[in-house]
Design a binder for this molecule. Structure first.
Ligand SMILES: [Fe+2]
Ligand SMILES: [Fe+2]
Length: 182
Protein backbone atom coordinates (compact mmCIF):
# COMPACT_ATOMS: atom_id res chain seq x y z
CA UNK A 1 0.00 0.00 0.00
CA UNK A 2 1.38 3.38 -0.94
CA UNK A 3 1.54 5.93 1.82
CA UNK A 4 -0.17 9.30 1.31
CA UNK A 5 2.14 12.02 0.06
CA UNK A 6 3.97 13.95 2.73
CA UNK A 7 1.81 17.05 3.24
CA UNK A 8 4.94 19.16 3.77
CA UNK A 9 5.61 18.85 0.04
CA UNK A 10 2.46 20.98 -0.54
CA UNK A 11 3.65 23.81 1.68
CA UNK A 12 3.51 27.25 0.12
CA UNK A 13 6.22 29.40 1.65
CA UNK A 14 7.32 32.90 0.79
CA UNK A 15 10.92 33.68 -0.11
CA UNK A 16 11.94 35.43 3.14
CA UNK A 17 15.22 36.70 1.68
CA UNK A 18 13.33 38.43 -1.16
CA UNK A 19 10.93 40.03 1.36
CA UNK A 20 13.87 41.32 3.37
CA UNK A 21 15.58 42.63 0.23
CA UNK A 22 12.35 44.40 -0.80
CA UNK A 23 12.31 46.22 2.57
CA UNK A 24 15.97 47.16 2.62
CA UNK A 25 17.40 47.53 -0.90
CA UNK A 26 16.74 50.09 -3.65
CA UNK A 27 13.83 51.82 -1.88
CA UNK A 28 14.07 54.67 -4.39
CA UNK A 29 12.95 52.19 -7.10
CA UNK A 30 9.33 52.31 -5.84
CA UNK A 31 7.41 49.16 -6.80
CA UNK A 32 10.47 47.55 -8.41
CA UNK A 33 11.95 45.09 -5.93
CA UNK A 34 15.35 43.38 -6.26
CA UNK A 35 13.66 40.07 -7.13
CA UNK A 36 11.73 41.65 -10.04
CA UNK A 37 14.74 43.24 -11.67
CA UNK A 38 16.32 40.45 -13.78
CA UNK A 39 13.67 40.69 -16.52
CA UNK A 40 12.86 44.38 -16.10
CA UNK A 41 14.82 45.68 -19.11
CA UNK A 42 13.61 42.86 -21.36
CA UNK A 43 9.99 43.52 -20.36
CA UNK A 44 10.41 47.27 -20.95
CA UNK A 45 11.72 46.38 -24.44
CA UNK A 46 8.61 44.29 -25.19
CA UNK A 47 6.32 47.03 -23.87
CA UNK A 48 8.03 49.67 -26.02
CA UNK A 49 7.40 47.50 -29.11
CA UNK A 50 3.73 47.33 -28.12
CA UNK A 51 3.66 51.09 -27.46
CA UNK A 52 5.01 51.83 -30.96
CA UNK A 53 2.37 49.51 -32.44
CA UNK A 54 -0.44 51.22 -30.52
CA UNK A 55 0.77 54.69 -31.60
CA UNK A 56 0.79 53.65 -35.28
CA UNK A 57 -2.68 52.09 -34.80
CA UNK A 58 -3.95 55.43 -33.41
CA UNK A 59 -2.61 57.27 -36.49
CA UNK A 60 -4.07 54.68 -38.90
CA UNK A 61 -7.51 54.69 -37.23
CA UNK A 62 -7.58 58.51 -37.10
CA UNK A 63 -6.69 58.72 -40.79
CA UNK A 64 -9.38 56.14 -41.61
CA UNK A 65 -11.97 57.84 -39.39
CA UNK A 66 -11.57 61.24 -41.04
CA UNK A 67 -11.29 60.01 -44.63
CA UNK A 68 -14.14 57.48 -44.32
CA UNK A 69 -16.54 60.33 -43.60
CA UNK A 70 -18.74 60.83 -46.62
CA UNK A 71 -18.29 57.25 -47.75
CA UNK A 72 -21.15 54.74 -47.64
CA UNK A 73 -20.97 54.11 -43.93
CA UNK A 74 -20.75 57.04 -41.48
CA UNK A 75 -21.54 54.56 -38.70
CA UNK A 76 -18.33 52.65 -39.43
CA UNK A 77 -16.37 55.92 -39.63
CA UNK A 78 -17.62 56.74 -36.12
CA UNK A 79 -16.59 53.28 -34.87
CA UNK A 80 -13.08 53.80 -36.26
CA UNK A 81 -12.72 56.79 -33.92
CA UNK A 82 -13.85 54.61 -31.00
CA UNK A 83 -11.03 52.19 -31.90
CA UNK A 84 -8.52 55.08 -32.12
CA UNK A 85 -9.52 56.19 -28.63
CA UNK A 86 -9.22 52.65 -27.24
CA UNK A 87 -5.74 52.29 -28.78
CA UNK A 88 -4.87 55.60 -27.08
CA UNK A 89 -5.92 54.11 -23.73
CA UNK A 90 -3.70 51.07 -24.45
CA UNK A 91 -0.73 53.31 -25.31
CA UNK A 92 -1.24 55.20 -22.02
CA UNK A 93 -1.36 51.96 -20.00
CA UNK A 94 1.85 50.72 -21.67
CA UNK A 95 3.72 54.02 -21.16
CA UNK A 96 2.65 54.19 -17.51
CA UNK A 97 3.82 50.62 -16.87
CA UNK A 98 7.16 51.27 -18.61
CA UNK A 99 7.77 54.21 -16.25
CA UNK A 100 6.70 52.11 -13.23
CA UNK A 101 9.31 49.54 -14.26
CA UNK A 102 11.97 52.25 -14.33
CA UNK A 103 12.13 52.41 -18.15
CA UNK A 104 11.73 55.16 -20.73
CA UNK A 105 8.58 55.10 -22.90
CA UNK A 106 9.76 55.58 -26.51
CA UNK A 107 7.62 58.15 -28.36
CA UNK A 108 10.38 58.97 -30.90
CA UNK A 109 8.43 59.67 -34.14
CA UNK A 110 11.35 59.07 -36.58
CA UNK A 111 11.65 55.38 -35.69
CA UNK A 112 7.98 54.74 -34.86
CA UNK A 113 7.09 52.81 -38.00
CA UNK A 114 10.18 50.58 -37.89
CA UNK A 115 9.47 49.73 -34.25
CA UNK A 116 5.73 49.07 -34.77
CA UNK A 117 4.63 45.47 -35.34
CA UNK A 118 1.88 46.62 -37.73
CA UNK A 119 2.08 49.06 -40.67
CA UNK A 120 0.37 52.41 -41.28
CA UNK A 121 -2.25 52.53 -44.07
CA UNK A 122 -3.68 55.43 -46.06
CA UNK A 123 -6.09 53.57 -48.35
CA UNK A 124 -8.95 55.67 -49.66
CA UNK A 125 -11.41 52.81 -50.18
CA UNK A 126 -13.42 51.80 -47.09
CA UNK A 127 -13.01 48.04 -47.63
CA UNK A 128 -9.25 48.41 -48.12
CA UNK A 129 -9.09 50.47 -44.90
CA UNK A 130 -10.97 47.82 -42.97
CA UNK A 131 -8.80 45.02 -44.38
CA UNK A 132 -5.66 46.92 -43.27
CA UNK A 133 -7.19 47.53 -39.83
CA UNK A 134 -8.14 43.86 -39.47
CA UNK A 135 -4.64 42.72 -40.49
CA UNK A 136 -3.11 45.10 -37.92
CA UNK A 137 -5.46 43.88 -35.17
CA UNK A 138 -4.52 40.28 -35.95
CA UNK A 139 -0.82 41.20 -35.69
CA UNK A 140 -1.54 42.91 -32.34
CA UNK A 141 -3.45 39.85 -31.07
CA UNK A 142 -0.54 37.57 -32.01
CA UNK A 143 2.07 39.92 -30.50
CA UNK A 144 0.16 40.30 -27.20
CA UNK A 145 -0.36 36.51 -26.96
CA UNK A 146 3.37 35.98 -27.42
CA UNK A 147 4.25 38.67 -24.86
CA UNK A 148 1.86 37.17 -22.29
CA UNK A 149 3.43 33.71 -22.80
CA UNK A 150 6.97 35.14 -22.57
CA UNK A 151 6.32 37.18 -19.42
CA UNK A 152 4.25 34.51 -17.63
CA UNK A 153 4.86 34.75 -13.88
CA UNK A 154 7.98 36.92 -14.30
CA UNK A 155 5.78 40.02 -13.85
CA UNK A 156 2.13 39.24 -12.96
CA UNK A 157 1.04 42.91 -13.02
CA UNK A 158 2.31 43.45 -16.56
CA UNK A 159 0.81 40.12 -17.64
CA UNK A 160 -2.65 41.10 -16.31
CA UNK A 161 -2.44 44.45 -18.10
CA UNK A 162 -1.49 42.76 -21.38
CA UNK A 163 -4.35 40.25 -20.99
CA UNK A 164 -6.87 43.08 -20.70
CA UNK A 165 -5.41 44.80 -23.79
CA UNK A 166 -5.47 41.49 -25.69
CA UNK A 167 -9.19 41.09 -24.92
CA UNK A 168 -9.84 44.54 -26.46
CA UNK A 169 -7.79 43.71 -29.59
CA UNK A 170 -9.74 40.46 -30.08
CA UNK A 171 -12.97 42.46 -29.84
CA UNK A 172 -11.64 45.01 -32.37
CA UNK A 173 -10.76 42.22 -34.83
CA UNK A 174 -14.22 40.63 -34.41
CA UNK A 175 -15.99 43.94 -34.99
CA UNK A 176 -14.02 44.72 -38.16
CA UNK A 177 -14.68 41.22 -39.49
CA UNK A 178 -18.42 41.90 -39.03
CA UNK A 179 -18.22 45.32 -40.75
CA UNK A 180 -16.40 43.73 -43.70
CA UNK A 181 -19.20 41.17 -44.01
CA UNK A 182 -21.92 43.88 -44.24
FE1 LIG B 1 -4.50 48.46 -28.83
FE1 LIG C 1 -7.06 47.29 -31.54
Amino acid sequence: MTSPPDSSSFNLTLDEAALKAAATHDLDEGAITPASSPYRNAIVGLLNGALATELVCILRYKRHHFTAHGLASPAIAAELLVHANEETAHADLLARRIVQLGGEPDFEPNSLLQRSHAPYDDSSDLKAMLRADLAAERVAVEAYRQMIALIGDKDPTTKRMLESILADEEEHADEIKDWLAQ
